[in-house]
Ligand binder design. Structure first.
Ligand code: SAH
Ligand code: SF4
Length: 452
């Protein structure tokens, strides 16, 4: 008798983790298991973990004992960025039944057949080799159970070679490995055939994509630009997004491609991390603030306006002085970001920066974060004002509590849709494109009316 019939997956962290969880779910369903929405009732509980910041890690220390207390019989699998960390293993010990680096998904075949037992621990020992000899990419060929019926993440690879000094990802996910373009194209074709409206190609660093087996017709390497061109040709009615781009790899060729491919949305997520050259060097980012500014102005020149530029920032990197932080403030004022994900620096075990003293006080990190958010709110509002009175295409996502619909523009702006025909015409707009006339804007959202 197969003991494990149901599963529940808890995902913490980035889009890549969400996508990994979709592959795990797809794999479980193929094994004949079904999803149980209550994590305290599921036979197998998977925690897809994130180790990018201490706060994400702390959530795992909260979840694991709680799950084992409320659902003591479950088989608990820990995967994601913390699955290779020996200190985390020591801390959680036997509460976790299987430590599973993401590339090993296919090994979880066995919980569908066997019971949680010493066999599990035996297997978990096998996984403790922290050197990524295992393939961390071929699991991406597993069929995903997408969590949305109209918007899908398509991973194009896994891992990172950049070793930014603060970042744990290269240790947690291993070196960069990329899928073959033909497999990615096949997955997107399948989604387009099913009527998906939004495809987001994801990897830690999409613009260093290489399909080692292919060359373009003029003998250049088949890189991210070639992939975008090929995905753009797929028939269907979908928008194309991608994340994340590293500024050092955003080539002129890629900018041209983004500008020319009509499916590719006018939104570039380009993590700057800081606006100070010395800190950039210490972060091992391999570009300067001048490079970043040149890049953003090139993007604005080449890509059809309005182009939304969003970013990631770390405040309070070891040794960051007030003067150095002011350079990030200046960068914010110059670039006029549409959105920024601002993180307070937290040391990550094993990284180069962890050897430096984390000497910016918490209060000061908070102050710096608040100062950037204040500028961001202003620039985002300024950018959004340009939409007033314009009619834009919106992909509708869901209905809010008050009956209004919510969706996003190509530029990744949140739109609340006032559907005046609601009472007479109770349509389901979820997953549909509608034309919306923008009547009001805020910093991080706008409101409009459907026009026919
Ligand atoms: N590959 C992407 C992002 C990966 S991690 C890139 O190159 O930008 C996502 C974000 O987490 C990073 O952009 C960074 O802003 C933040 N981050 C990573 N390590 C961090 C740390 N030690 N402390 C605070 N924030 C961190
Ligand atoms: Fe981390 Fe840098 Fe790689 Fe992004 S590019 S995942 S920040 S090491």
């Amino acid at each position: 008798m197969n003991k494990f019939k149901t599963y529940n997956i808890i995902t913490i962290g980035c889009q890549m983790n969400k996508s990994d969880s979709e592959r795990i779910a797809g794999y479980f369903e193929e094994q004949g298991m079904r999803e149980e929405t209550d994590k305290y009732k599921a036979d197998v509980v998977v925690l897809t973990t994130c180790g990018v910041r201490q706060s994400a890690e702390d959530r795992v220390y909260g979840f694991v004992p709680k799950i084992k207390k409320e659902n003591p019989g479950c088989f608990l699998i820990l995967t994601g960025c913390l699955s290779m960390r020996s200190d985390v293993k020591k801390r959680l010990g036997d509460l976790v039944d299987l430590w599973m680096p993401i590339g090993e998904i296919s090994n979880i075949k066995y919980p569908a057949r066997t019971q949680a037992s010493s066999r599990a621990r035996q297997i978990s020992n096998k996984f403790q080799i922290p050197n990524f000899k295992q393939d961390n990419c071929s699991y991406l060929e597993l069929k995903a159970k997408y969590s949305s019926a109209f918007s899908a993440f398509v991973p194009i690879g896994n891992g990172c070679n950049n070793y930014c000094s603060y970042c744990v990802v290269p240790y947690a996910r291993g070196r960069e490995k990329y899928r073959q373009a033909k497999d990615i194209i096949m997955e997107v074709k399948d989604l387009a055939n099913k009527g998906y409206k939004e495809i987001t190609l994801i990897a830690q660093n999409v613009n260093s994509y290489r399909d080692g087996r292919r060359q373009t017709t003029d003998d250049r390497k088949y890189g991210f630009s070639s992939l975008l061109i090929d995905v753009n040709k797929i028939s269907g009615e979908f928008w194309l997004r991608f994340a994340t781009s590293h500024p050092k790899d955003m080539s002129d060729e890629l900018i041209e491609t983004i500008a020319e491919c009509e499916r590719v949305c006018e939104h570039v997520h380009l993590p700057a991390q800081t606006g100070d050259n010395e800190i950039l060097k210490k972060m091992n980012r391999k570009y300067t603030r001048e490079d970043y500014l040149e890049l953003t102005s090139k993007l604005r020149k080449k890509i059809k306006p309005p182009l939304a530029i969003t970013t990631d920032i770390i405040v309070g990197f070891p040794g960051e002085t007030k003067e150095q932080f002011e350079n990030t403030v200046k960068l914010f004022k110059e670039v006029k970001f549409d959105m920024a994900y601002i993180a307070q620096y937290s040391p990550r075990p094993g990284t180069a920066a962890a050897k430096l003293k984390d000497n910016v006080p918490k209060q000061e990190k908070k102050r710096r974060e608040a100062a950037l958010i204040k500028i961001l709110r202003k620039t985002a509002l300024e950018n959004n004002k340009k939409y007033i009175g314009k009619t834009v295409k919106v992909l509708v996502e869901k209905k809010g509590k008050d009956g209004d619909w919510f969706g996003k523009t190509r530029t990744f702006k949140n739109v609340k849709i006032d559907d005046r025909r609601q009472t007479t015409d109770d349509r389901n707009l979820s997953g549909k494109f509608v034309e919306v006339k923008i009547i009001k804007v805020k910093d991080f959202g706008m409101k409009g009316e459907i026009v026919d």
